[in-house]
Design a protein around this ligand. Structure first.
Ligand code: ADP
Ligand code: MG
Length: 328
């Protein structure tokens, strides 16, 4: 496949939208944002061997490259609109990229894009070690961004979905289990479902929000730092999947995956106690499971306790850090 035919493949499958004046094919894309909306932008890069194991199917790489970005839009309460895709692909000896890889990648990307009526409006294509960088654009009504900075003392802390599944799949794979045999956990690692409709539903309800990509403790820590508050978290309340319980019978190993595993792409948010009923109703309408896991307190720092109210020691590593000496 040549660079031209690759770009043409993406162009033909891009979703048309009224706000896209010019999409793929010119020197740059042109958008006409709806009046009264703020433009929300995010970019995230996936590198083979760092963000996904070698051997991950091309369709999953395409899906995940977009999913991690939609997760960032969800955390802001924004509605996805468009994306730019910078692809770096290793070619064969003659420099040709295998067409089946590009088609599978585009298939995964487009499956998620069409679910969210998102248009691919441009990108860049280069040769080199496999990597995919996606820039997403979304909208939200002016003044209504869900930031990390709004958590208030006495707010509840909530988490969507379940924690630790993707990290569980990765841990199994690293211990020598074939990815194919990591059961339901693998779906969470390969094809995370960004919580876009939950983010939209939370816009009028949450005081602060973040998506959990590096690990629950690390990402909640960002909310606390930005809001200038602390939190008490009940570790036994952290949502866990049946698949994780089946794969990891040891409760402390499971807890570590939930607390600092990362790659969850769930939302962690804070909201006033008075909004409990409204949150349960709004997230049920968005088909998103949600769990209350603690509360915001005065001061700084995060304390963990168990169901009996006893203090629990925090793991040494709170989440993933690309530049930390002790990488996972
Ligand atoms: P230029 O050299 O002017 O940057 P390119 O040849 O890189 O032009 O791109 C031509 C068109 O194809 C542009 O509209 C660009 O946004 C789009 N494009 C290139 N690569 C991709 C890609 N991987 N995905 C989507 N669009 C792409
Ligand atoms: Mg270019």
């Amino acid at each position: 496949m040549t660079e031209f035919s690759l770009i043409d493949h993406f162009r033909r499958s891009a979703m048309p939208r009224p706000d896209v004046v010019l999409g793929i094919g010119d020197d740059a894309a042109v958008l006409d944002p709806p009046p009264g909306q703020w433009l929300v932008l995010a970019v995230d890069t996936l590198v083979e061997g760092v963000h996904f194991p070698k051997g991950t199917p091309a369709s999953a790489i395409g899906w995940k490259a977009l999913a991690v970005n939609l997760s960032d839009l969800a955390a802001m309460g924004a509605e996805p609109a468009a994306a730019l895709l910078a692809l770096t692909l290793p070619g064969d000896d003659a420099g040709f990229v295998p067409a089946d890889f590009v088609e599978a990648f585009a298939g995964g990307f487009n499956a998620l894009a069409s679910t969210h009526r998102l248009a691919l409006i441009g990108g860049d294509t280069t040769g080199g070690p496999l990597a995919a960088s996606v820039t997403v654009l979304g909208y939200l009504p002016k003044g209504q961004a869900l930031t990390r900075a709004g958590a208030q003392v006495d707010d509840d802390v909530w988490v969507t979905g379940t924690l630790g599944d993707a990290a569980g799949a990765l841990a199994l794979w690293k211990s020598g289990v074939a990815l194919l045999h990591t059961g339901g956990l693998r779906e969470r690692l390969d094809c995370p479902a960004p919580r876009v409709s939950a983010g939209l539903a939370l816009r009028p309800l949450a005081t602060a929000c973040i998506d959990i990509s590096d690990g629950f403790l690390a990402d909640l820590g960002h909310v606390l730092a930005a809001s200038g508050v602390g939190a008490r978290i009940e570790v036994d309340a952290l949502p866990v999947s049946l698949a994780l319980c089946e794969a990891f019978s040891d409760a402390s190993a499971r807890r570590l995956l939930q607390l600092s595993g990362g790659d969850d792409y769930e939302l962690c948010f804070t909201a006033p106690v008075t909004q409990r009923e409204a949150i349960l109703a709004a997230l049920a309408a968005a088909s998103t499971p949600v769990t209350r896991v603690g509360c915001i307190i005065r001061g700084t720092g995060l304390t963990l306790f168990d169901a009996d109210g006893r203090a629990v020691t925090q793991p040494a590593r709170r989440g993933y850090d690309h530049f930390a000496e002790d990488k996972r």
